[in-house]
Ligand binder design. Structure first.
Ligand SMILES: [Zn+2]
Length: 198
């Protein structure tokens, strides 16, 4: 049976697409109103085409607007607990369409950003069990540097990924995701050829 991969065009999920390229899977990319969606989408499409994987794109950008409404300071990521929104969507879709499992390529660092993320992920595992599918986090507990190396060793070009939360064509170099990206290259001792604005 096929698996469903939740992807974003970033380093982690793209690395997962290459690491598990021999697994039979489709990709799910959700537009929930994140600024970077268009840049993410370019790379998601590129890798799906290259690996011969089917891409399912979901347009929920109105939902992002709902979370932003009446906010004076508009965040680049509209939903802080996005895992609590996106994972059930992927799990229910997988359950109803007959996918055996859902792969989510989150790494350890992101737990700092979302303090209660481990509890949320555990609840999601239980939801998947209840709906007769399986939730798999292959990179949980890995460093981003290790995930980067894993991806490269399985054929990923890391410069065909997008990490920045601002959504400009060029990585800003300053946001939390750009910093995590830079650090991953440093720790992995791989020259970072990403173009950053600063
Ligand atoms: Zn950035």
């Amino acid at each position: 049976m096929k698996s469903l991969f939740l992807v974003s065009g970033g380093l982690d999920s793209t690395s997962g697409m290459y690491r598990f390229k021999h697994v039979e899977y489709d990709c799910l990319h959700v537009n929930y109103g994140q600024r970077a969606y268009m840049e993410q989408s370019k790379f998601v499409k590129l890798h799906c085409r290259r690996l011969g994987k089917r891409l399912i794109e979901v347009d929920l950008k109105e939902m992002g607007k709902m979370f932003r409404r009446n906010e004076v300071f508009q965040l680049h990521e509209p939903i802080r607990h996005r895992n609590a929104v996106l994972l059930p969507l992927a799990i229910v879709y997988a359950s109803e369409k007959g996918y055996s499992s859902v792969y989510v390529f989150t790494v350890s660092e992101e737990c700092k950003y979302e303090s209660n993320k481990p509890q949320v992920l555990n609840l999601m595992r239980r939801l998947a069990d209840t709906l007769n599918t399986r939730l798999v986090f292959p990179f949980l507990g890995f460093s981003k540097a290790l995930v980067l190396k894993v991806g490269i060793s399985h054929g990923m070009n890391p410069f065909e990924t997008y990490s920045c939360i601002l959504g400009h064509k060029t990585h800003c170099g300053k946001c939390s995701q750009c910093e995590a990206r830079k650090l991953a290259f440093q720790e992995a001792r791989i020259p970072d050829k990403t173009r950053y604005l600063s």
